[in-house]
Structures are given as C-alpha cells and as structure tokens.
Design a binder for this molecule. Structure first.
Ligand code: ADP
Ligand code: MN
Length: 176
C-alpha cells in the first residue's frame, strides 16, 4: 500500500532501556547514512523542554508536548534518527522504522553501574529491561511491521545493527 509521505528520507526511532546502546548506535548510524541524530534527552536539557527535575527518578520531567512541537518541522522533512528511552508520545506518522535495542540483564547491570547508576535507579532500569517495557510500548504505539527488536550485547552487535539499518536506509523509498 502506498503511503502518503512527503519526506524523501526516512525517520527512524531508536529506543530501549537506558544503557542498551541507543546513542552509540545512533551516532554510528548517522555517520554511515548522513541522517541527523536527534538525541531527545539532550534536546530536553538544552532547550528546557521539561517541567523541572524529578528527585526520585533523578531525571528531568519531560514535557512531551513541547518536545513534539519542537521536532515537528524536522520530522516532516525526514532524515532523522531519534534517540530516546520512550516512544509512546511521538506521533505514529513520524516513523518509518522503530528499532528497540535489547541487552542481557547482567551486561546491562554492569554498563549502568559503570555509568554511576545505583539503588532504585539501577534496579528500575534492569526491571524495565527484564519486562521488555520498551518493546511492549513500541508494539502498542506503532504498526507491528515497523517495530524491530535488536540485540545489543556486544560491539559486534552494534556493528551488525548499524550495517543492517544502513542497508535499510539505503533501500528505503518514499512510496515503499
Ligand atoms: P543509551 O544511549 O541507550 O543509554 P549508550 O549508547 O550511551 O546507551 O551506551 C551506554 C554504554 O554502554 C556506553 O559506554 C557504550 O559504549 C556501552 N555500550 C552500549 N551498547 C553496547 C554494546 N552493544 N556492546 C558493548 N558496549 C555497549
Ligand atoms: Mn543515550
């Protein structure tokens, strides 16, 4: 079925629990494809698209409406790799592919510990990964046929994911 899309290059969403490799993968993919890496976390911080700081969760309380308003024009142009640990508040029409990165619990535990996560912040994120929260969220928010789960345990996984996503971008066509 032909889709009504103005964009000439695709928009991808890279999502997953913190520490699964979204930013690493998005950076390499942007380099390989010349697509624009949109780090939503950085945007929220730099442009103040939040309603303050959550002391318990130790993160900004993202203002989803402000983020969507901020991104609408670039998303309409196409050619974006959006990097965020949430996916249910973006308009469905924005994305041509939603990749959910997944990491083995013990590997993720080590990565997040190294990043300085501890206590409930660490355990909440490990639980988020165990229960596949982001994969479920993606499946509920987007058509099943554009949601892809990708293993991200090793550097070889990153290389393989970047290679296959680069190929997908190369083959993508506005009417496909
Ligand atoms: P996210 O953006 O999802 O929070 P990052 O890309 O910042 O994750 O990665 C967190 C840390 O884990 C970084 O030090 C990164 O090098 C490492 N890392 C992420 N994915 C992998 C992977 N598949 N194999 C090895 N190390 C990884
Ligand atoms: Mn990141």
């Amino acid at each position: 079925m032909a889709k009504d899309r103005a964009r000439k290059r695709p928009n991808l969403l890279l999502t997953g629990t913190p520490g699964t490799g979204k930013t690493t993968t998005a950076t390499a993919l942007a380099d390989a494809t010349q697509l624009r890496h949109v780090s939503v976390g950085d945007l929220v911080r730099d442009k103040g698209l939040h309603d303050g700081w959550d002391d318990e969760l130790e993160c900004h309380v993202i203002n989803e409406d402000l983020v969507c308003d901020e991104l609408e024009d670039v998303m309409e142009q196409g050619g974006n790799i959006v990097d965020y640990h949430g996916c249910d508040f973006f308009p469905e029409r924005w994305f041509d592919l939603v990749a959910v990165l997944q990491t083995d619990n013990s590997i993720l535990y080590d990565r997040l510990s190294k990043r300085g996560y501890a206590g409930s912040k660490l355990s909440n994120n490990i639980e988020c990964e165990i229960f596949q929260v982001l994969l479920e969220e993606a499946k509920e928010s987007y058509p099943q046929d554009i949601v892809l789960a990708l293993k991200s345990d090793t550097v070889a996984d990153i290389d393989r994911n970047v290679a296959s996503l680069t190929e997908w971008v190369r083959q993508w066509h506005p009417m496909s």
